[in-house]
Design a binder for this molecule. Structure first.
Ligand code: C5P
Length: 232
């Protein structure tokens, strides 16, 4: 069965503070979305790509069209409009998937420098472990639970992982998980949370430091420096 990648790029980019959707922000002369899409194509894992865009954007559809026109070896790339939350944007992408898709990888466009090998690692793990697979890294900082300005607990750092994308799933399981999402509860910040809520085992594989999410102005400085070094 086929593999699809959903790239969610419908966020506003408020924390980056450029006043345009984050996927449009330039880094090393290319939009963050173009970097992400080129990594998806280079990974060769997908026969279908669905890009979830902000409504009424006049730049990003052209970015997608340019990547889609790259010639042989380029997967089929569709665009759909996203929603107010990341979860609703992923749901919009899932609705655009053809029935032939057995495995779906969900990826944040903001993780613009994700190496192609991460997509391959996640896709391979989904095909052997089935269910759900997420790329993770150890955490460098000590992480504390708080209430107000008081610390309530310090989880054992050795048991904590920072979670990245692409996250890979059995397509039917992820569609079911999105359909059964209850309102209320904590903010849903990734797709694996929805699988966990249904009791579906979520496996981890190694992430990559380069798969960091460009979120703040400092992240963009780091991404520019990485690209400048790679181009030197
Ligand atoms: O906001 P956050 O950093 O969690 O966003 C992660 C990814 O989800 C980004 O690539 C962003 O474009 C996407 N997103 C989306 N639709 C939203 C919010 C975020 O596609 N409503």
């Amino acid at each position: 069965t086929g593999v699809a990648v959903i790239v969610v790029a419908a966020g506003s980019g408020q924390r980056l503070g450029h006043g345009i959707p984050k996927a449009r922000v330039l880094c090393g002369g290319l939009t963050l979305l173009e970097h992400s899409l080129r990594a998806v194509v280079a990974s060769k894992v997908a026969e279908h790509v669905v890009v979830v865009l902000p409504a009424h954007d006049d730049v990003l559809p052209d970015v997608v069209a340019r990547v889609a026109a790259d010639g042989p070896g380029t997967p089929r790339i569709l665009t759909v409009t996203g929603g107010a939350t990341r979860t609703s944007s992923v749901s919009a992408g899932l609705r655009a998937l053809p029935d032939s898709i057995g495995t779906v990888l969900v990826h944040d466009a903001a993780r613009a420098l994700t190496p192609p090998g991460v997509f391959a690692r996640v896709a391979a793990a989904v095909s052997t472990d089935a269910g759900a697979v997420i790329p993770v890294l150890p955490v460098a900082d000590t992480i504390k639970m708080i209430e107000g300005d008081l610390v309530t607990r310090t989880p054992d750092r050795a048991a904590l992982r920072a979670v990245q994308t692409p996250q890979g799933f059995d397509a039917v399981a992820l569609i079911d998980a999105h359909a059964s999402t209850a309102a209320g509860g904590p903010a849903i910040t990734d797709d694996a949370m929805l699988m966990e809520a249904l009791g579906i085992p979520v496996h981890v594989v190694d992430g990559d430091p380069l798969a960091f999410k460009v979120t703040t102005p400092l992240d963009l400085v780091i991404a520019e420096a990485v690209l400048a070094r790679a181009g030197a």
